[in-house]
Design a protein around this ligand. Structure first.
Ligand code: ADP
Length: 503
């Protein structure tokens, strides 16, 4: 019994991966994946079918158990999931009462705007680390309770359940025995006190979410329930769970203050470990719980870049300056420098630390010498400048200085971009050979929770790729001042926010 069944329930797919635990290392031995249907019933609305998520989870788990040689070889289940997505289900029938509202969904913007206008944000931020935004689960829970007739009254009586995807899956996996969530997922609802790691009655009242319908909060490692024996032929303990970004942090082994990871996919997600006490951000980074395990709680600061790989997608599919993403590396290398051209990829607004939702993509510095290669190079360089802005915000918030920046995601295949990140951010960049950090983190938590590992310390199977800073300081400063002028231009060009309703 040395295998862990890791479930990775993501926004676009559901996956199961079997990991073998041996000598403190975890190696993948089998994988199964099913794509997930996306529903867009209105502009700004995004839904998933929770029943479909459950069926896909069961199917991928059963396939992996079979491929890995049967359930007898498994010691435990670990879980990681898309965060914030809200599910409402019937405690008696076990059926979802509405489609799940996905984290990207903006339908509760009016409610958060009203709460901001009422001056509620500082208290919410002080308690939870989060800003008031439709992103987080609380307003989504409230919307579901309003939309389903009688749901709020039934919630008070304990007849319906609310939870994020982890809670929904644990409830289904345990045959309705356990209604729990882990501390990292709970920290993204806007209902949990970041210090006490408990639901807050005042926040439940503010968002009108009855506490009786919420799951119990558990540490990220430790047994949260046992799977229904009918599902896999034998009960397995669910021994670890964390939200996707936190699981990736653990997968990278970023366990100490000053450790940070950034995932460069379509967007980019930075999570920096700040240690045993939460840090209140003055730069609109988000305070988060990193994980709770081995009787300690670690905290993090988070920041996101809205457009990272999507800028490369745009060069390929929109501007048609490249035909494949990987061409971008050679094109950028082919220039000796950026020729003074900067691209601010504000396609969907600018995230932390600028928070300019109305900003749009902006290119500055074009001359008669500029060509497609300058656009490509500027898009790749922008990854590094945006990362630097996040790291500067972290430093300004008093986060511990970074040791190395651990990276994963599709864009990290680009060595030019990774070297440029090291140069502009003045930090060593490290990319692990095995890229499935999210599933690995969930497996490691479960291995700890099931007693197969003594701690979360990681020993990678293969050496990581490393990029060390080597750019002269004067050059870096020259480039950064060009970038800052470009950001200013993007912000000046944005429509006036004062004209926006509620702006
Ligand atoms: P997600 O999980 O958000 O779908 P992935 O981690 O799969 O994203 O990364 C996909 C992104 O990586 C795409 O936006 C793509 O443009 C970008 N990408 C892939 N290969 C490269 C490359 N060699 N250079 C730059 N960007 C790349």
């Amino acid at each position: 019994m040395s295998l862990i069944l890791a479930i990775d329930q993501g926004t676009t797919s559901t996956r199961a991966i079997a990991f073998e635990v041996r000598d403190k290392t975890l190696s993948p031995v089998a994988v199964s994946q099913i794509e997930l249907g996306q529903h867009f019933p209105r502009s700004g609305w995004v839904e998933h079918d929770a029943a479909e998520i459950w069926t896909a989870t069961l199917q991928t788990c059963r396939e992996v158990v079979r491929k890995a040689g049967g359930v007898a070889r498994f010691a435990a289940v670990g879980l990681t999931n898309q965060r914030e997505t809200a599910v409402l289900w019937d405690a008696v029938t076990g059926e979802p009462l509405h489609r799940a509202i996905v984290w990207q969904d903006r339908r509760t913007a009016d409610l958060t705007t009203r709460l901001i206008a009422e001056g509620r944000e500082p208290a919410v931020q002080a308690a939870t680390g989060l800003i008031l935004d439709p992103y987080f689960s609380a307003t989504k829970f409230a919307w579901l309770l309003d939309a389903v007739p009688g749901a709020r009254e039934r919630a008070v009586r304990g007849e319906v359940r609310l939870g994020t995807i982890d809670s929904w899956l644990i409830w289904k996996l345990t045959g309705g025995e356990s209604h729990v969530t882990d501390a990292s997922n709970a920290s993204r609802t806007a209902l949990m006190d970041l210090r006490t790691v408990e639901w807050r009655d005042d926040l439940c009242a503010l968002f009108d979410v009855p506490r009786a319908a919420l799951p119990g909060i558990r540490p990220c490692a430790g047994v949260m329930g046992n799977t229904d024996p009918a599902l896999f032929g034998r009960a397995l303990p669910i021994a670890g769970s964390a939200g996707d970004q936190q699981a990736a942090l653990i997968g990278h082994g970023a366990l100490n203050p000053g450790d940070a990871k950034i995932t460069y996919g379509t967007g980019a997600f930075l999570m920096a470990n700040v240690g045993a006490a939460p840090v209140a951000s003055t730069r609109r980074l988000l305070g988060a719980l990193a994980y709770q395990a081995e009787r300690r709680t670690a905290y993090a600061l988070e920041g996101s870049i809205f457009s990272a790989g999507s800028a490369i997608q745009w060069l390929r599919d929109g501007a048609k300056m490249i035909s494949e993403s990987r061409q971008s590396e050679a094109m950028a290398q082919g220039l000796t420098d950026n020729g003074g051209v900067y691209l601010v990829p504000g396609f969907t607004g600018l995230g932390a630390p600028w928070w300019e939702p109305e900003a749009r993509g902006t290119v500055v510095g074009l001359t008669r010498d500029s060509g497609p290669a300058h656009f490509v190079r500027a898009a790749l360089e922008a990854l590094a400048y945006q990362t630097r802005d996040l790291l500067d915000a972290l430093a300004a918030d008093g986060a511990p200085p970074l040791k190395t920046l651990k990276v994963d995601g599709g864009v990290t295949a680009n060595s030019f971009a990774m070297q440029f990140v090291a140069d502009i951010c003045e930090v060593e960049v490290e990319r692990p050979a095995f890229q499935e950090m999210t599933a690995l983190g969930a497996a490691r938590l479960a291995a700890l929770g099931a007693g197969l590992l003594a701690d979360l310390e990681a020993r990678p199977t293969e050496a990581p790729a490393c990029w060390k800073p080597r750019m002269a300081a004067a050059e870096r400063e020259r480039l950064l001042s060009g970038w800052r002028r470009a950001v200013k231009a993007a912000i000046i060009a944005a429509p006036d926010r004062a004209q926006e309703p509620g702006g």
